[in-house]
Design a protein around this ligand. Structure first.
Ligand code: NAD
Length: 269
């Protein structure tokens, strides 16, 4: 693969499974040194597995345990990565979870857990990344942009989702945080964009594609008629992190097989 990210340090949050693992491998294949973040001791082995795959493919990186919803842990992760590698060039703000519930039964804990990881976690990591980008300043021979942030949003920043109000609210929040800080830091040559995945085969939505019957129902929502895979998101992340997208600021790139095209209207409503 073309080494479009050669010499760059990338932190990928929530990278011990699913999209984060896939994006880590894609970034490493494009030449980045990848910090494979995972939240707790129980996810360490899975993160090591991702790193082993990266190294076996000729890439480089480390694993790093940090709960992105905890300010002190996030600050320590960035400080340690900068101490080890000198700086950070790319943040993939990917960590996320669901705590689904009918709204009238949703507990404050379910609400706070989802907002705490999905939205506050992205705020804490983006803030540390921007502080580091501003401290380091531009290095044009590495990248035209001083730093790049890719926020993992969802089609649910746009499509309402009954029974998942906390999750949809977190993704809607990511959209406006991403656009606001993109506006704020574009003059400093910092590019911030989102990816809005549709249905991608990962542990978070296993029940939705695990059986042929479930997958058939899911495909009714996808005009392109296939469920996505993590490589679809990896390719988009490499593009948004590379100079190929140097004139792209503050967008959500939906990678969703057309899920946001309202396929329910395809037979004339
Ligand atoms: P996943 O469950 O495999 O990945 C989520 C990762 O986040 C896990 O590795 C988990 O350990 C990590 N994580 C959870 N809490 C964390 C914390 N406090 N600190 C650090 N890491 C933490 O599911 P996924 O599908 O790969 O999800 C990745 C991202 O993609 C999420 O933000 C999710 O909302 C988004 N997304 C996924 C889909 C899909 O169809 N799979 C669709 C739209 C958006």
């Amino acid at each position: 693969m073309d080494q479009k990210l050669k010499g760059q340090i990338a932190i990928v949050t929530g990278a011990s499974s699913g999209i984060g693992a896939g994006v880590s491998k894609s970034l490493a294949a494009a030449g980045a040194t990848v910090v494979v973040n995972h939240p707790v001791a129980a996810t360490a082995a899975a993160a090591e597995g991702v790193l082993t795959e990266i190294k076996n493919a000729g890439g480089a990186g480390i694993t790093y345990q940090c709960d992105v919803s905890k300010e002190a842990e996030v600050q320590k992760m960035f400080a340690d990565v900068v101490a080890q590698f000198g700086t950070v060039h790319i943040l993939i703000n990917n960590a996320g979870l669901q705590r689904d519930s009918p709204f009238q039964e949703m507990t404050l804990e379910q609400w706070n857990t989802v907002l705490g990881v999905n939205l506050t976690g992205q705020f804490l990591c983006a803030r540390e990344a921007i502080r580091e980008f501003l401290r380091r300043g531009p290095v044009p021979e590495i990248s035209r942009a001083t730093g790049k942030i890719v926020c993992m949003s969802s089609v649910h920043e746009e499509i309402p989702w009954a029974g998942h109000a906390n999750y949809a609210a977190s993704k809607g929040g990511i959209m406006m945080m991403m656009k606001s800080i993109s506006q704020e830091f574009a003059p400093m040559k910092i590019r911030i964009n989102s990816i809005g995945p549709g249905a991608i085969k990962t542990p978070i939505n296993h029940a939705a594609w695990a059986t042929p019957a479930a997958e058939k129902t899911l495909l009714e929502l996808i005009p392109y008629n296939r469920v996505g895979v993590v490589e679809d998101i990896g390719a988009a992340a490499v593009w948004l992190a590379s100079d190929d997208s140097d004139y792209v600021n503050g967008i959500t790139l939906f990678v969703d097989g057309g899920m946001t095209l309202y396929p329910g209207f395809s037979t004339n409503g």
